[in-house]
Design a protein around this ligand. Structure first.
Ligand code: GUN
Length: 282
């Protein structure tokens, strides 16, 4: 079997085209969706991510302001800035780029964001609503994965989804979203015994651990759909958690890195911000 490659990059372009039209419609009604992004410190990867978010926003005609502070910015200063953006009626989405410098309590910052503007979906209220299947902002990477599966026509209901990785950002929420769609979900992690036995049972295998080539063909059931969420730099080259060349010989669907899940994450952020703007003006 040779897998069909799911290019998130192409799907993202298609969805961003739809979102651009949505922004134009909102502009005509006097609503200007706006995202505010805060970044602290000078980590080059984080800086490049937030610039990408701003650029993608502008490209669909959406306003996005970027608040950049150096790593001496205090926790209180950050909380004050969030409070100001919470009150600002022109701002529909607030995103604080993670990770934050050590002297800032990440959880405290996440909880300071008004859940009505929590376009990252990280606030405990958003997480709780997602857990109970209520309408809320879904976290962008897990939501992007679900949309990729849907648009590729991959059946989720009744299927065995195995998640490798249990992070709050990806592993845990993507399992919950798959469960909400009636998959049978197994979580695997660094302490899982007989890992290969588990991954080989997956109809849908989501790999999100940040270890290059941790999964290859012998870990995959023939015909499985494999979603690679890994972003690793090996010898200066971007690579995923799945050994692409061997995996594509056994999987039925496979996402590449780059051009896979990554572009979908930003797209779902744009989607959440537009949804927020629509709610504000109801
Ligand atoms: N750092 C890496 N990914 C993300 C994300 O999706 N949102 C935020 N806020 N920070 C991140």
């Amino acid at each position: 079997m040779t897998a069909e490659i799911i290019y998130g990059s192409e799907l993202a372009q298609e969805i961003r085209g739809e979102l651009k039209e949505e922004v134009e419609r909102l502009h005509q009604t006097g609503v200007r969706p706006k995202l505010s992004v805060i970044i602290i410190g000078d980590d080059p990867a984080s800086k490049s991510y937030v610039r990408g978010k701003q650029k993608a926003s502008n490209k669909i005609g959406m306003d996005a302001d970027l608040w950049e502070y150096d790593s001496s910015f205090t926790e209180q200063e950050l909380l004050d800035k969030i409070s100001e953006l919470n009150e600002d009626k022109e701002v529909h989405g607030i995103l604080v780029q993670l990770p934050l410098p050590e002297h800032i309590d990440e959880q405290k910052v996440i909880e300071a964001i008004d859940p009505a503007k929590d376009v990252d979906g990280f606030h405990p209220i958003s997480v709780g609503k997602m857990m109970t299947g209520q309408d809320t902002f879904l976290p962008c990477t897990p939501h992007g994965i679900i949309v990729m599966l849907e648009r590729a026509g991959i059946q989720v209901e009744g299927k065995h989804a195995v998640i490798l990785g249990r992070s709050n950002l990806v592993g845990k929420p993507v399992g919950q979203l798959l469960l909400n769609k009636n998959a049978t979900v197994t979580y695997c992690h660094s302490r899982t015994e007989n890992l290969q036995e588990m991954t080989r049972q997956a109809d849908i295998l989501i790999v999100a651990v940040g270890r290059p080539s941790i999964i290859s063909s012998e870990d995959i059931k023939e015909g499985a759909a494999v979603i690679d969420v890994g972003v690793n730099r090996v010898d200066g080259k971007l690579t995923g958690d799945v050994d692409f060349e061997s995996a594509k010989e056994v999987a039925s669907y496979l996402t590449p890195v780059p051009k896979g899940v990554g572009p979908m994450t930003i797209t779902m952020l744009l989607y959440n911000t537009i949804e927020s703007a629509k709610k504000f003006n109801r």
